[in-house]
Design a protein around this ligand. Structure first.
Ligand SMILES: [Cu+2]
Length: 122
């Protein structure tokens, strides 16, 4: 598990510095924060905006950044306020798959055609 975590941490560093990190968020894995990566079914920039906004409203979330090409959502959160499970549920409620968990059907139905997971990343 420890190796997996360091692997994920290394991956994060390789991702382009986008949005939240560039705005001077303190140490990425600073005291009292943790990061989780969730593989989503997001396909475009609209999905990115939708997911990042939705996660930003979740309790305990400090930053949420989606990398569209890899469909990976990186969430920085307070482990004393929320859990990776709750964050994955929030992704599902927004209409996207979260790792192996399928999207909430009703939320998914409300997505515009271009955001359906039958589309390729675009
Ligand atoms: Cu979309």
């Amino acid at each position: 598990m420890k190796t997996l975590l360091s692997f994920l941490a290394a991956l994060c560093l390789l991702l382009p510095a986008s949005g939240a990190f560039a705005q001077g968020t303190p140490a990425k894995t600073g005291k009292g924060t943790a990061q989780v990566q969730v593989k989503t079914s997001a396909v475009c920039d609209m999905c990115k905006a939708r997911l990042e906004k939705s996660l930003a409203y979740e309790k305990g979330v400090q930053a949420a950044v989606l990398d569209v090409p890899s469909q990976m959502l990186t969430v920085t959160f307070r482990p004393d306020k929320t859990t990776p499970e709750a964050l994955r549920t929030a992704v599902q409620r927004t209409g996207y798959d979260a790792d192996t968990q399928p999207a909430d059907a009703r939320a998914y139905d409300r997505l515009p055609e271009c955001c359906k997971k039958t589309n390729a990343v675009h």
